[in-house]
Design a protein around this ligand. Structure first.
Ligand SMILES: Nc1nc2c(ncn2[C@@H]2O[C@H](COP(=O)(O)OP(=O)(O)O)[C@@H](O)[C@H]2O)c(=O)[nH]1
Ligand SMILES: [Mg+2]
Length: 207
């Protein structure tokens, strides 16, 4: 009886697992975004929260569990340094959704972004075409100080793939760190909206 109840609970009441992969060039703000997601969807495993000023360049990969009402999400944030990008493919197989982050102020790296993005799209979910992708134009808080790419520019710059579900977002991962949960205060609205989309699409496509 207990095992039946436990089975029913696990099957119908526990949110299904999913895997989120955060990719992008080095220094685009992936780990800062992961920190913002951690603060918005903190998990019961008690992971330490970092001030964005404490974040150092990633060596290897960061892995965080996020509690979302629709899914128990495991998020991976691998290093984006050129020498590390070949390791990203180890995470493609189980990936439910991708957030591709770029620094919207780094206009001079637009070509590199486009190449790297194109190669990820060529490899992830080949044959399935089902892995949803959120492209996040980060560091919009600095946009006033310099020429910056908007999400509309990205639709032109990044190679399109009609078989794939892609949505463009823009915002500031740094400002989203420390946003009050649920209120969107502190610049977290766009990051929250992106996470909602990514989890919903990732879970839907997985079924
Ligand atoms: N102004 C601003 N700086 C940011 C933002 N996101 C990240 N950064 C900064 O960009 C640098 C690289 O961030 P990091 O998260 O380590 O990038 P990663 O290499 O992609 O993981 C750090 O100095 C961050 O504080 C943002 O939204 N706005
Ligand atoms: Mg990092």
């Amino acid at each position: 009886m207990f095992s039946l109840l436990s089975h029913l609970y696990t099957t119908y009441l526990t949110p299904p697992p999913s895997t989120l992969l955060i990719l992008g060039l080095d220094s685009s703000g992936k780990t800062t975004l992961l920190e913002a997601l951690k603060q918005l969807h903190s998990s019961s495993s008690g992971q330490a929260q970092l001030n964005p000023d404490q974040i150092r360049p990633t060596v290897g990969v960061n892995c965080v569990k996020l509690d979302h009402p629709l899914s128990k999400v495991t998020a991976y944030d691998p290093s984006g340094a050129p020498a590390s990008r070949s390791l990203w493919s180890h995470y493609y197989e189980d990936c439910s959704a991708i957030i591709f982050v770029l620094d919207s102020g780094e206009v001079d790296r637009a070509e590199e972004v486009s190449l790297v993005y194109g190669s990820v799209m060529g490899e992830v979910g080949r044959g399935k075409g089902g892995v949803p992708v959120a492209v996040f134009a980060n560091k919009r808080d600095l946009a006033g100080e310099r020429h910056a790419l908007t999400k509309l520019d990205l639709e032109d710059i990044l190679p399109a793939d009609s078989r794939r579900t892609v949505r463009y977002f823009e915002g500031s991962a740094r400002e989203a760190c420390g946003s009050e949960k649920g209120t969107g205060r502190g610049g977290g609205e766009e990051v929250r909206a992106m996470m909602e989309w990514v989890v919903r699409e990732g879970v839907r496509k997985k079924r």
